[in-house]
Write a protein that binds this ligand. Structure first.
Ligand SMILES: *Cc1c(COP(=O)(O)O)cnc(C)c1O
Length: 228
C-alpha cells in the first residue's frame, strides 16, 4: 500500500469507529506520528491533507522544523508527545504548538518560565494508566492537582489529558479511567476538553472511550526506520 492508501484506510476506520460510537468523526483529530522518519515525509503527508504531526524527541522535532519548508507546510500543528525534560523546556516550547506530556509540576513550571513572547502554549496533562511509576505520566490521583497547577500558569492553556494504554491490559478499561479523570478535570477547567489517546493498535478502543486526539504512527507511515 502507498502512504496515501494507508492514510485513507485509517481515516475510514476512524470514521467508522466514530459513527459506531455515535460520535461525529469531525470531532476527532488524527495526529500522524513521524518520529524516526525523514522530514520529507512531513511534506508528503501535508500534500495528502495532514495538518497535525507528532514527534516524541525534542532534538528531532527541532531539527525537522528547521529542515521543512515552513511556507509549504504553513498550517501544520506540531504536537510534542514524548517525555519532556525540564532542561529542554525552552526548546520544546519553541518547537511545539501543543505539548501532550506535562506530567509533573516541574515541567509545567519550566515550560511557563520559557515563555518569551505573548504566545500561549496548549498543554495536556499526561496520565500514567499503568501501575508502574517509572512510566511517563502523573498518577490518576495527582492528575487533578497537576491540572489545577497548570491553570495558575498564564502562558499555558490546559486543553485536556493524554495517556498511552498499558501493554498488559485491555485498552478499553484503561481509556475509561482516562475518560473519568478527564471528566473530573473538566468540572473546574471547562476548556480542557481534549483526550489524547489511541495509537496504531488501539485507536478504535480509544474512540469508543471518548478520545478526541489520536496519535497514529506506523499504521499510516509504515514501519519506523531504526532509531538514529
Ligand atoms: C510512537 C508513539 C505513538 C505512535 O505509535 P504507533 O504505534 O506507531 O502508532 C503514539 N504516542 C506516543 C507517545 C508515541 O511515542
Amino acid at each position: 500500500m502507498t502512504l496515501a492508501e494507508r492514510l485513507s484506510a485509517i481515516d475510514e476506520s476512524i470514521a467508522e469507529a466514530a459513527l459506531r460510537a455515535g460520535r461525529n468523526p469531525a470531532e476527532i483529530t488524527r495526529i500522524v506520528v513521524t518520529k524516526f522518519h525523514p522530514a520529507r515525509l512531513i511534506h508528503d503527508l501535508y500534500a495528502l491533507g495532514v495538518r497535525d504531526i507528532g514527534e516524541n524527541r525534542q532534538q528531532e522535532l527541532t531539527a525537522k522544523r528547521e529542515i521543512v519548508d515552513v511556507d509549504a507546510v504553513k498550517s501544520l500543528q506540531w504536537h510534542f508527545i514524548g517525555q519532556a525534560q525540564t532542561n529542554k523546556a525552552a526548546a520544546i516550547r519553541r518547537a511545539s504548538d501543543v505539548v501532550h506530556s506535562v506530567d509533573r509540576t516541574r515541567i509545567a513550571d519550566a515550560l511557563h518560565r520559557a515563555a518569551d513572547d505573548e504566545r500561549v502554549l496548549d498543554v495536556l496533562v499526561q496520565v500514567n494508566l499503568t501501575g508502574d511509576a517509572e512510566r511517563g505520566g502523573s498518577t490518576l490521583a495527582d492528575a487533578e492537582k497537576l491540572a489545577e497547577h497548570v491553570l495558575t500558569l498564564d502562558s499555558l492553556r490546559l486543553r485536556g489529558v493524554m495517556a498511552v494504554a498499558p501493554l498488559d491490559e485491555d485498552p478499553t478499561a484503561a481509556f475509561t479511567r482516562l475518560w473519568r479523570v478527564a471528566e473530573r478535570i473538566r468540572r473546574f477547567a471547562p476548556e480542557a476538553t481534549w483526550i489524547s489517546a489511541g495509537m496504531s493498535g488501539d485507536f478504535v478502543q480509544a474512540i469508543e472511550a471518548g478520545a478526541t486526539h489520536l496519535r497514529i504512527g506506523s499504521a499510516i507511515t509504515g514501519p519506523r526506520p531504526d532509531r538514529g
